[in-house]
Design a protein around this ligand. Structure first.
Ligand SMILES: *Cc1c(COP(=O)(O)O)cnc(C)c1O
Length: 453
């Protein structure tokens, strides 16, 4: 059989898949933090273009991908589906392991899939500039490129600590034409307030979101964009699974298990929802497993509650698995997975027992990442290595049971900007981390007063 399965450009999917249409329990609405009433489109209009707000609440099963977006997708899509034959051999497993590779996109991760869509709709509605935040830098890179492609200006508020530690991420965003500011900055009230209190603040994603939102809200020609968590972002990522369904058909296999790491939930949703659809429609059974870091275990140790999406408390309240918006994860290298909550769609599906979740310690992840690089040749992003670690567990379980098993995972990004992380791993500087129950309980107790009565 073929090692790689490519689709033709003419096979590029026409539709994104909206899982909400098939969910037995529909997602609960986001609430206004003051009134505790559902937020309406008018509440979101200063920040997002109308079409994205429409997608956020759409009950339709299929949402057509506009030609303007499909044309940009052709730069790197359809992406290949690859059989990890060398990894299978190294593990001596009867399991068949396939992965979808999203690292070949211009930004090196899956985030380009939604960046193109978001830039497109903003341009269609006459927006001139998009402002966003970035932590590790993958999202900022993807949006910078998308804005350049659609003729929009782009401002990126980059968490100070990453700005200093990952200068190359900053350079690539500039190359694509974005203006990058270290956050906290003195350009916004939110940033100035933080700097007044602590001039040496290393920043946080929460502060950077506050700065980006403030800039967008204050300018009618400027909107805000988010790289994960929201329903419309998850929707755009389903292009991954839509392609994978067709590619799996060519192999004659159907996955027993679909695996992806979960930060906010978009890459997990992207690969798994089109497969989960078969389970929701009752035609095929499939296990979908989200992998989170043990140091930020919202799915496995958090609680299903209403909570803010950002640290500062500017966003609507979202019904999700959360560790509390004040929770500060230790600084592991998988920066893309250090988020206190999980998307509303993934949270509801987990609550209803339709998907599974596991938490993974970082040493097991780096060990898996290194084995993957040695066998398959691609150095995975530390986030992606979380998924690979779970793939290896599944393959070993298949070996123990002495039965075949088909495993599919999303290799959501390469790790070429994360070599410091691998270097730290090789030098023995990384450790596993036990997170105290007391800390989780404290942070969750702090959001009690946010719950609707
Ligand atoms: C952002 C990012 C993640 C986290 O993804 P979510 O879609 O937010 O769950 C994982 N891997 C890579 C490479 C990323 O860039």
């Amino acid at each position: 059989m073929d090692k790689k399965i490519y689709l033709n450009e003419s096979d590029l999917p026409q539709y994104w898949y909206n899982v909400a249409a098939d969910m037995p329990n529909k997602p609960l609405p986001p609430l206004h933090p003051g009134t505790k009433q559902p937020v309406g489109p008018e509440d979101l209009a200063p920040l997002f273009p109308m079409e994205l707000i429409r997608q956020e609440v759409s009950p339709e099963k299929h949402i057509e991908i506009p030609d303007g977006v499909r044309e940009k997708y052709r730069l790197y899509r359809p992406t290949p589906l690859i059989r990890a034959t060398a990894l299978e051999k190294a593990l001596d497993t009867p399991a068949r392991i396939y992965y979808k590779y999203e690292g070949g996109s211009p930004s090196g991760s899956h985030k380009t899939n939604t960046a193109f869509a978001q830039a497109f709709y903003n341009r269609e509605e006459g927006v001139k500039k998009i402002v966003t935040e970035t932590g590790a830098g993958q999202w900022g890179t993807a949006l910078s490129f998308a804005c350049q492609q659609f003729g929009l200006a782009c401002d990126v508020y980059m968490v100070r600590v990453s700005y200093d530690q990952k200068p190359y991420r900053r350079v690539i965003m500039r190359t694509y034409g974005a203006d990058v500011y270290a956050s906290p900055s003195n350009r916004t009230k939110a940033g100035r307030d933080v700097l007044a209190a602590s001039p040496d603040s290393s920043g946080s994603l929460g502060i950077a979101i506050s700065e980006a939102v403030e800039m967008a809200a204050g300018d009618p020609d400027t909107k805000y964009a988010l790289g994960s968590v929201l329903n419309h972002v998850l929707l755009h990522q389903t292009i991954i699974g839509q392609e994978a369904i067709k590619q799996m058909e060519y192999t004659g296999d159907f996955p027993d298990v679909v695996i992806a790491p979960l930060g906010g939930g978009s890459n997990f949703a992207g690969i798994s929802f089109p497969f989960l659809r078969h389970k929701l429609e009752g035609s095929k059974n499939v296990r979908c497993i989200a992998v989170e870091p043990a140091s930020c275990p919202k799915l496995t140790r958090g609680q299903f509650r209403y909570d803010f999406g950002d640290t500062a408390g500017y966003t609507p309240l979202l019904p999700m698995y959360t560790l509390g918006h004040q929770f500060m994860p230790t600084s592991i290298h998988a920066g893309g997975l250090r988020y206190h909550g999980a998307s509303v769609l993934c949270s509801q599906l987990l609550k209803d027992g339709l998907i599974e979740a596991v938490a993974m310690q970082q040493l097991e992840c780096f060990e898996a990442g290194v084995l993957f690089a040695k066998t398959e040749g691609i150095l995975p992003a530390p986030e992606a290595a979380h998924g690979i670690a779970q793939v290896i567990r599944e393959a070993n379980a298949a070996k123990e049971a002495g039965e075949p098993r088909t495993i599919l995972f999303n290799l959501c990004g390469h790790g070429h900007f994360d070599l410091q992380a691998y270097s730290d791993y090789f030098e023995g500087k990384l450790t596993d981390h036990r997170l105290d129950d007391g800390i989780i309980q404290e942070n969750i107790a702090a959001i009690d007063m946010l719950q609707p009565v």
